[in-house]
Design a protein around this ligand. Structure first.
Ligand code: SAH
Ligand code: DHB
Ligand code: MG
Length: 221
């Protein structure tokens, strides 16, 4: 077993079940042109998010961490005509690239990109008593994953799904001595999940073109 086998299989599965169309390829090219980091979900992971969004008939989706809008496009395509996706991004430049990619994909009427620190925006959404989200996707900075999750819980309803990316981190989740703030963030998050009686939670390890990682998949009780 080797990394190249995992990558080949991932590419095979993506070609079969998650082929990228013009809008997704355009988004990747625009991100590259703008010098954004190549840390978006893989095509298969994007498709998996779409499957989850459809499985709970999502009409309202919350995404934390937009980057260039690549995962946003996969998720927004699961929405019905009157569906809505709100995505939160700290960096103005990333948000601009995302808005343009979302427009190119014909999804502007369904997607709102809100710039600013997600913790502040979430606080505001909670205060505004916004309607509950059917699915939340957490994929921003890793240190406050637990706080993002707690906020998502308050913005959800029983049956809502909460998904969090990058929680295995090449196995570093096992390293109790790690001083990496991202690792410590996901370790704290996994512990919180294990103690949280309000949800039913699992972590699915993933291996593929994005290396060895995992996604937390959580349903609100
Ligand atoms: N979901 C995207 C990838 C997101 S990468 C995809 O798969 O296509 C993580 C993003 O989170 C980056 O764009 C980064 O700028 C953003 N981010 C980091 N800290 C943040 C914060 N405090 N609030 C909002 N966004 C943040
Ligand atoms: C990083 C963030 C991500 O969301 C990801 O999928 C991969 C890497 C990062 O901050 O390095
Ligand atoms: Mg990620």
């Amino acid at each position: 077993m080797s990394d190249s086998l995992f990558t080949s299989v991932d590419q095979h599965l993506s070609a079969l079940l998650a082929p990228e169309d013009d809008a997704l390829l355009h988004a990747l090219q625009a991100m590259k042109d703008a010098g954004l980091p190549f840390i978006q979900v893989s095509p298969s992971q994007g498709k998996t998010l779409q499957v989850f969004a459809r499985s709970c008939r999502s009409k309202r989706i919350l995404e934390i961490g937009t980057l260039g809008g690549y995962s946003t496009i996969w998720l927004a395509r699961a929405l019905p005509e009157d569906g809505k996706l709100i995505t939160l991004e700290l960096d103005e430049k990333n948000a601009d690239v995302a808005r343009s990619n979302i427009a190119y994909a014909g999804l502007s009427s369904k997607v709102e990109v809100i710039t600013g620190n997600a913790l502040r925006t979430l606080e505001r959404l909670e205060k505004e008593n916004t309607a509950p989200f059917d699915l939340c996707f957490i994929d921003a900075d890793k240190e406050p994953y637990t706080e993002y999750f707690q906020s998502c819980l308050r913005l959800s309803r029983p049956g809502s799904l909460i998904i969090a990316d990058n929680v295995v981190r090449e196995g570093e989740i096992l390293n109790a001595e790690s001083t990496d703030e991202k690792v410590k963030g996901v370790q704290r998050f996994a512990r919180f999940l294990s103690e949280c009686s309000k949800v039913t939670a699992s972590i699915i390890p993933t291996v593929g073109e994005k290396g060895y990682d995992g996604m937390a998949v959580v349903v609100v009780n």
